[in-house]
Design a protein around this ligand. Structure first.
Ligand SMILES: Cc1cc2nc3c(=O)[nH]c(=O)nc-3n(C[C@H](O)[C@H](O)[C@H](O)COP(=O)(O)O)c2cc1C
Length: 390
């Protein structure tokens, strides 16, 4: 049997505080801190607890060269334990799943810290709405009560301010001022296909395709993209768009077409709510757009690059703003959220979470006539006493 260390691995000290059971038995309520080594690996979905022996053993193994098991100078029990945990990759058939995932990590060229940050930050089955409510951390006043005042809205700088002219509002200013994140979608009013398609055209459609080589395409879109790679790909969850069957689709930006996925959830709204980490105030949008980062496309150019992941997240920001403005122009409301259950989306879309994984969801639809969930509309551009006035 041959073995090597997995390719992307970091150790951290996990610190837990819990009741000291010895003290409890003696009638005292005391807290105890327990420390443990934890491995975070690029090909594993969750951290793995390690013994000190295992930490030392991993520090003595190369990741890029295979060794024979009989050349291993440590205890074979440690080696087999690490193989069982997936941190040491063996060439045996029984280790194929870990070996496969590790091979995909090797092929990806991700920068270790950001690759691990994305992997480790994914959620499964989180109900963030419920957590916010049960922790009484929904309103600004509740947040202030718990955490005290936030850092100032604007940082302090010495010196005399130089006032700038404030230009008179034009149509574009008026349009932008009507962009308010929507948390009150009309569940029943369908979005006309023309409207939905026009918003997608302005936001994510490719307006030109350049072919520098027969097997290479560069897309020109209305939004910028780090390296011009447009690694974000959109999966459209149709909930209520005229002329389209409800369900999850892949959007092709070159042909400006949707392809319905073969596997569809039985309960579409339930799945959307799960993907949105319990944020029911977004579920009723007529069209949800899941943004999936195809890391493999970005890292093809930006190999082990510390800024590559950042560029992908910035792309997502440009996309969501373009969506919001394009929707507002049509009189349609929009949302964007980073609070998503990535694992559940990956299961739904059959993504491996290594070469591609979701980074955010956004969506569009008609606003409801009555306000149920708070929106941030201090200038009352949309709402007046809980009623939509435009
Ligand atoms: C990256 C990003 C993530 C967001 N995530 C959430 C979210 O998880 N839930 C939510 O209700 N709103 C979310 N929002 C919307 C913000 O709460 C909203 O933009 C902010 O309150 C300001 O309101 P406005 O967009 O109406 O100006 C998000 C916005 C951005 C840009």
């Amino acid at each position: 049997m041959r073995y090597r260390r997995c390719s992307l691995l970091m150790m951290q000290v996990k610190e837990d505080r819990g009741l000291d059971l010895q003290a409890v038995l003696q009638g005292r309520a005391e807290l105890q801190t327990t420390l443990a080594w934890q491995a975070v690996a690029g090909h594993l979905d969750a951290p793995v607890v390690l013994s000190e022996e295992e930490v030392i053993a991993l520090g003595r193994m190369a990741h890029d060269a295979w060794s024979e098991a009989d050349a291993y100078d440590g205890c074979s029990e440690v080696l087999s334990g690490l193989i069982a945990k997936g941190l040491v990759i063996s060439d045996e058939e029984s280790a194929a799943t870990f070996r496969d995932a590790d091979a995909r990590v090797r092929a990806l060229n991700g920068w270790p810290l950001t690759a691990l940050a994305h992997r480790a930050g994914r959620w499964r089955g989180v109900d963030s709405a419920h957590e916010m409510r049960s922790n009484n951390l929904v309103t600004a006043v509740e947040l202030h009560g718990r955490y005290g005042p936030p850092p100032a809205a604007v940082s302090h700088h010495e010196g005399t301010p130089i006032p700038l002219p404030v230009a008179a509002d034009e149509d574009f200013d008026e349009l932008m001022s009507r962009r308010v994140t929507c948390r009150n979608f009309d569940p029943d009013r369908a979005l006309p296909l023309q409207t939905a398609a026009r918003i997608l055209k302005r936001t994510i459609m490719a307006h030109a395709v350049i072919q520098p080589a027969p097997d290479m395409q560069i897309l020109k879109k209305n939004i910028p993209s780090g390296g011009g790679l447009h690694p974000l790909e959109t999966y459209a969850v149709v909930r209520n768009v005229e002329g389209l069957e409800n369900g999850i689709h892949h959007y092709d930006p070159v042909s400006h077409a949707l392809r319905r996925l073969a596997d569809q959830p039985d309960d579409l709204d339930g799945r959307v709510r799960l993907m949105l980490a319990g944020q029911e105030w977004f579920v009723d949008a007529a069209l949800h757009l899941i943004q999936v980062a195809r890391f493999s496309r970005n890292f093809w150019k930006y190999r082990s690059h510390p800024k590559a992941y950042r560029a992908i997240l910035l792309d997502a920001g440009h996309l969501s703003q373009q969506l919001a403005i394009s929707a507002t122009l049509e009189g349609v409301a929009s949302y964007v959220t980073a609070a998503i259950n990535e694992f559940d989306i990956e299961d739904t879309l059959k993504l491996d979470g290594i070469a591609s994984s979701p980074v955010m969801m956004c969506g569009i639809g008609w606003r409801a006539q009555h306000l149920t969930t708070t929106e941030f509309d201090p200038a009352e551009r949309i709402w007046n006493n809980g009623r939509q006035h435009r």
